[in-house]
Design a protein around this ligand. Sequence first.
Ligand SMILES: Cc1cc2nc3c(=O)[nH]c(=O)nc-3n(C[C@H](O)[C@H](O)[C@H](O)COP(=O)(O)OP(=O)(O)OC[C@H]3O[C@@H](n4cnc5c(N)ncnc54)[C@H](O)[C@@H]3O)c2cc1C
Length: 438
Amino acid sequence: MDFRYPPDAEVFRAAVRAWLAANLPAELRGVTVRDDLTPELVERLRAWNRTLADAGYAGMSWPKEYGGRAASVIEQVVLTEEMSRAEAPGPINVIGLSNIAPAIMTYGTAAQRSRFLRPMLRGDEIWCQGFSEPNAGSDLASITTRAVRDGDHFVVNGQKVWNTLGEYADWCELLVRTNAGAAKHEGISCLLVDLRTPGIVIRPIVTITGGREFAELFFEDVRVPASALLGPLDGGWKVAMATLSHERAGVASLHLQVRKRVARLIEDARATVVDGAPVTADPMKRRELARAYMLAEHMKFLADRALSASVLGRPPGPEGSLAKLVWSDTENAIAATAGRVLGPAANSGRWGEQRVYVRATSIAGGTTQVNRNIIAARVLGLPRSRTPRSSPPRRTPRLLVGAGFIPARGGFAATDSCGRGQAPPLRAEDGRASRAGR
Ligand SMILES: Cc1cc2nc3c(=O)[nH]c(=O)nc-3n(C[C@H](O)[C@H](O)[C@H](O)COP(=O)(O)OP(=O)(O)OC[C@H]3O[C@@H](n4cnc5c(N)ncnc54)[C@H](O)[C@@H]3O)c2cc1C
């Protein structure tokens, strides 16, 4: 196998590297959305998003008519590699760019495409995805937030949860139930909602690691214009599926952060001294580190397989389905290795945070258990499991890459595994106030 990139890709790499050296503000080096977001940091990241977009480095895969480059997968991968090398943050509007834009391009009216895509690309308007609810996560089709038509408007009532960037978002791609009488998947619609609309309360969720990139959204008699409907009425399930992105470039870049993390772990192990000797003097610990290293290298091979298929024009293989699962298992294994190898030194600082945060990787974008079900059925062709009669109705698995999954950035937050909080009362004074009149 030839692991070299084509010459064109190397020319592109040199251009990106030079551009990053000249344009990345020093204070943004190493920043991610996992860091403590403050309004000031969000504004700096927004400005960086704009700089990237104006140079053609945001939305690289987008068609040219919408301001993208229609770039090949390999160019997207090279960009991600160079961004990772320079420790440059990606666009802050990552949910909009990689998840919501494809749905608007596919299902949006001409007016919606021309109104939303450009400001989305530049990060002038930040988007969040309002899919999950306290009782609808993996089983997304169980959503109960409802929208009732009233003249030229829909009136929306309900609650969403785990909305990445919800506190800072200007717009939301909202899944609502518009037909309570239809079958579960058939009575859902998708609305593009301005979060400044009266009746919306946004309450930030502070996660166990102290991050603030999540919010809950509460809707009380929110009047959304009928023109906000994305795709057909009651046809929102298809729109939701188009939202769940599965770009190969994301798959082909997941190993970057993982391999960096293993390299840091090895460095930290060398520097950690117990009883007068570095922990790496212990052959059992060296074995643990070698295993973590191999797991991370394995991810690189998975990525190379996806990339090579794309360069050679082969149809997507199972890598896309496996990548999220392997990534999350690997991240969890590295965190556990850090605990065993570094001992008490892994209880605080970056490893302390990572060991708590890492649980989110097995939840966001489709849980590990649901992913295993999907791989069993769709990749391995195994029969679906039978549900005993006495069991509760079976949950519908969600697609592999789902809400909040940000592959190229790894920008997840740690949270409790079940978003099943009780809906608190709707009060404007709760948490962050309604954005009406902002
Ligand atoms: C970092 C992060 C970012 C997120 N961002 C967003 C966002 O921007 N917008 C948004 O709408 N949502 C977002 N989410 C929510 C995410 O999509 C849900 O948490 C996820 O779909 C799981 O749903 P749940 O939390 O309700 O858990 P549940 O679906 O209730 O699952 C609870 C447990 O039951 C298991 N389970 C469920 N169904 C099955 C099954 N059929 N077979 C076997 N086991 C099963 C699960 O694996 C899990 O262990 C985000 C979550 C995280 C962690």
